[in-house]
Design a protein around this ligand. Structure first.
Ligand SMILES: *[C@@H]1O[C@H](CO)[C@@H](O)[C@H](O)[C@H]1NC(C)=O
Ligand SMILES: *[C@@H]1O[C@H](CO)[C@@H](O)[C@H](O)[C@H]1NC(C)=O
Ligand SMILES: *[C@@H]1O[C@H](CO)[C@@H](O)[C@H](O)[C@H]1NC(C)=O
Ligand SMILES: *[C@@H]1O[C@H](CO)[C@@H](O)[C@H](O)[C@H]1NC(C)=O
Length: 350
């Protein structure tokens, strides 16, 4: 592992490029707007706004990742179809719970349930419609900036409730449309979507969605969907981990890497670090992290932001822990995959 890290550092011009992490209390209520500052943000914390009934919480602000990515969470009940649009950034959805329909161009769509994933490739039209009583979705855009759009375009939201059921707020469409050019979001209200779905998918996904293995495209122009545990998987024998790859740098021209990591319990390991900003969000079990001699325990929905160059330890003391890694370039999951074998299962062998 050290060899791999050293090689990344070498590519980027030596260890002097790694900034020292800014210290402060690890667990926060609101994501800091400061680059190089590690933090743990508990589930349903974070600056929140009401975007027409969707409650958007900023998990990783654009400025905190130095422009690398923005991560926000979306909580909502059933809601109207969002405006069809496209932009030059890569956008990715990971459903934590509930359900949402995601539409890509005029021909593709999938029903995302917990642990399903969508990659909305740059320049392609897309939209979505929450359709469950309790949806929670993590949305990432790379490069970042979308958190600032949501903050500017929405109304304030101050409740600790995930969202306000039965009381959708009205979006000011004039304001939203007026802000879009500033964030390079191009509305395509005349684009059509395909709502001819069977078993949660348009025809192209019938043989695979939720029922068979799915592959990642070989270039960065194609949108795609990966249902829970059905993407490429790798077993890291020594580490006792199964890595489920959702996006490698190949699908995003090095802008974003996303994976799930399922891990067994084990002792506290040696510290590691990467030369890329990363966030881990727990979906099952409990993850321990240690940064700057401070330890935190993360459960469902809790997120840790680990700026590039930060030394950290991560481990689990419960039977099964799973988290999603969001990385603004090759990161932890890519490193683990390098030393891992192909694996057909979602859990490690007995
Ligand atoms: C995102 O952050 C970067 C670096 O701080 C900045 O250059 C860029 O303008 C920001 N993007 C938006 C949309 O504000
Ligand atoms: C909607 O936004 C526009 C543009 O920002 C503003 O002029 C208008 O007053 C807003 N309407 C309401 C009802 O707040
Ligand atoms: C997006 O929608 C517009 C309007 O229908 C269409 O002209 C354009 O070709 C679409 N883009 C893609 C990539 O399909
Ligand atoms: C939909 O799913 C059911 C249950 O798995 C299956 O029997 C059926 O063939 C599927 N429909 C299509 C059109 O594939």
């Amino acid at each position: 592992m050290m060899q791999f890290i050293t090689s990344i550092v070498a590519i980027l011009g030596g260890s002097s490029t790694i900034p020292a992490p800014v210290s402060g209390g690890l667990v926060v209520d609101t994501a800091p707007q400061t680059p190089h500052r590690p933090y743990v943000l508990p589930n349903l914390k974070g600056a929140a706004v009401d975007f027409g009934g969707l409650i958007i919480r900023t998990l990783v602000p654009n400025v905190t990742s130095s422009g690398g990515l923005s991560i926000v969470s979306v909580n909502s009940g059933p809601a109207a179809l969002n405006l069809i649009h496209h932009h030059k950034e890569v956008e990715a959805f990971y459903a934590l719970k509930g359900g949402v329909q995601v539409f890509h161009n005029s021909d593709q769509g999938r029903q995302l349930q917990a642990n399903d994933f969508a990659l909305l490739a740059p320049g392609n039209n897309h939209t979505y419609r929450p359709n469950d009583l309790d949806l929670q979705l993590t949305l990432c855009m790379a490069p970042g900036g979308i958190d600032e759009f949501f903050t500017s375009a929405s109304n304030p939201y101050s409740s600790s409730a995930p969202f306000s059921p039965g009381h959708p707020s009205q979006l000011n469409i004039t304001k939203v449309l007026g802000l879009m050019p500033q964030y390079n979001i191009i509305p395509e209200p005349f684009n059509t979507i395909n709502t001819d779905w069977v078993n949660g998918t348009t025809e192209d996904g019938l043989d695979t969605w939720q029922v068979a293995d799915q592959t990642l495209p070989s270039d960065a122009t194609k949108p795609y969907f990966i249902s829970s545990n059905r993407g490429p998987k790798y077993l890291s024998h020594d580490a006792g981990k199964v890595i489920g790859q959702l996006v490698s740098p190949k699908q995003t021209n090095n802008k974003l890497s996303v994976a799930t990591i399922a891990m067994k319990s084990g002792p506290k390991p040696a510290a590691t670090r990467f030369n890329v900003d990363q966030a881990f969000q727990v979906t099952e079990g409990q993850l321990h992290v240690e940064i700057n001699s401070e330890t935190a325990q993360l459960i469902f929905g809790d997120l840790v932001f680990i700026p590039r160059g930060t030394l950290f330890k991560y481990w689990s003391t419960v039977g099964f822990t799973k988290f999603v890694t969001w990385s603004a370039g090759p990161g932890l999951s890519d490193n683990l995959i390098q030393g891992a074998e192909n694996w057909d299962y979602a859990v490690w062998p007995a």
